[in-house]
Design a protein around this ligand. Structure first.
Ligand SMILES: *Cc1c(COP(=O)(O)O)cnc(C)c1O
Length: 388
């Protein structure tokens, strides 16, 4: 593995030099106004990225998975009914977490490569006339399949059914790289982490709670200690955490939010769309197909690319690492061996992306696939020259 090459795994993503430096700090008193100077801009900056005026924002020393647990344990009680679709590895894992917390999950099995079935959600919510469903889970961007789901449509399904269930959204691989509208979409808990769109090392769970989800902590009976948002809030009031905060990472997050704001949130999204579109042109030129079933659900942060039947897609990842020192993502779960993934989120430029496409082509040719060198790179180049 060459440490000079960018990585093309869909998280952790490439870390800008300025953020590496921001994480490297001398010790400060983490219960002092000095820490408040880091904490308070972080909380305000996250609210902006979530597009929320009123979200209660919390940052925990954890990862996205801890964000899921924060959402569940602060708002729900044993036996509560949850509605969720399973359309990839990450939605699967969140469902598994619900079950381990003794929540009663109604699972809508959805083909991998498809988006969340908002119509089916609507049907189920309408039929739930006594409102036994307490929360609906939605994975905004299924990182395993490269599928983006329509969260506004899930909100519309809840509203059409006149259903009061809370809407919990996993935005771990979308927030900070694809448009996310916590307030417009009526999201009750938004979950993300530090190592994807925020371009930092893993180590922080980032969550936003609506007023409704925040109030649910009064009645929620699931055990919670480390991830208790009320304890965290008391900590914040004193410029602190209830325990020792990872100060360097928090400082990195402060700078990451500054970088995103300086580029402009909409420009960050446009850059992701442009880079992703170039990748899709390359995939097309290779004569290959995405796992995502239709263009309206193509993810701008990761592409899962199907390889021909009988070919082990994981070999691409192995050879890329061993021979060229470059990292791509393997297929997970149901699509293991059937797809390889190109992560294209976080700190990335057109030029970096072309290097990834160039290596992918060499590897596929090395492995005997019918790929013309330069075909995908050329298609992406043509797009990057003029694409906006
Ligand atoms: C990466 C990811 C997670 C898991 O996050 P961790 O930080 O690894 O715990 C959850 N959901 C999605 C959609 C992801 O991409």
């Amino acid at each position: 593995m060459s440490f000079q090459n960018p990585v093309f795994i869909p998280g952790p993503t490439n870390i800008p030099e300025a953020l590496r430096k921001a994480c490297d700090m001398p010790t400060i008193d983490h219960r002092s106004p000095l820490f408040g100077d880091i904490l308070n801009p972080v909380l305000a900056g996250i609210r902006q990225v979530l597009k929320s005026d009123s979200a209660h924002v919390f940052v925990f020393p954890s990862t996205g998975t801890g964000g899921w647990e924060t959402a569940l344990t602060n708002t729900l009680s044993e036996g509560d009914k949850i509605l969720a679709a399973r359309n990839g590895m990450f939605s699967h894992r969140w469902i598994d977490m619900c079950q381990r917390h003794k929540l009663d999950v109604e699972i809508v099995e959805t083909p991998w490569g498809h988006g969340l079935p908002a119509d089916k959600y609507k049907e189920i919510l309408k039929a739930d006339t006594d409102h036994s469903i307490k929360a609906v889970l939605a994975t905004h961007n299924e990182t395993a399949t490269g599928v983006k789901s329509d969260i506004a449509a899930v909100r519309a399904a809840l509203d059409a059914a006149g259903h009061p269930a809370m809407l919990f959204v996993d935005g771990v691989s979308s927030i900070g790289s694809m448009d996310f509208r916590m307030d417009d979409w009526g999201v009750d808990v938004a979950v993300t982490g530090s190592q994807k769109g925020f371009m930092l090392p893993a180590g922080l769970a980032i969550v936003g709670f609506s007023d409704k989800a925040y109030a649910a902590t009064d009645t929620a009976r699931l055990p919670r200690t480390f991830f208790d948002i009320r304890d965290m809030e008391k900590g914040y009031a004193a410029n602190a955490f209830p325990y020792t905060p990872p100060v360097g990472l928090m400082n990195g997050l402060k700078m990451s939010l500054d970088m995103i704001a300086a580029e402009g949130l909409e420009n960050v999204f446009a850059r992701h769309t442009r880079i992703a579109t170039g990748v899709r042109h390359a995939v097309d030129a290779w004569g290959m197909q995405l796992c995502a079933a239709s263009p309206d659900i193509y993810s701008d942060s990761v592409s899962a690319i199907r390889t021909p039947a009988g070919f082990n897609a994981t070999d691409i990842v192995t050879v890329a690492a061993e021979k060229y020192g470059m990292a791509f993502g393997v297929g997970l779960g149901e699509v293991a061996g059937k797809v390889f993934r190109i992560g294209h989120l976080g700190m990335l430029t057109d030029a970096m992306m072309l290097s990834g496409l160039g290596v992918a082509e060499m590897v596929m040719k090395d492995l005997g696939l019918d790929i013309k060198l330069g075909s995908g790179v050329g298609a992406a180049q043509e797009f990057y020259r003029f694409g906006s």
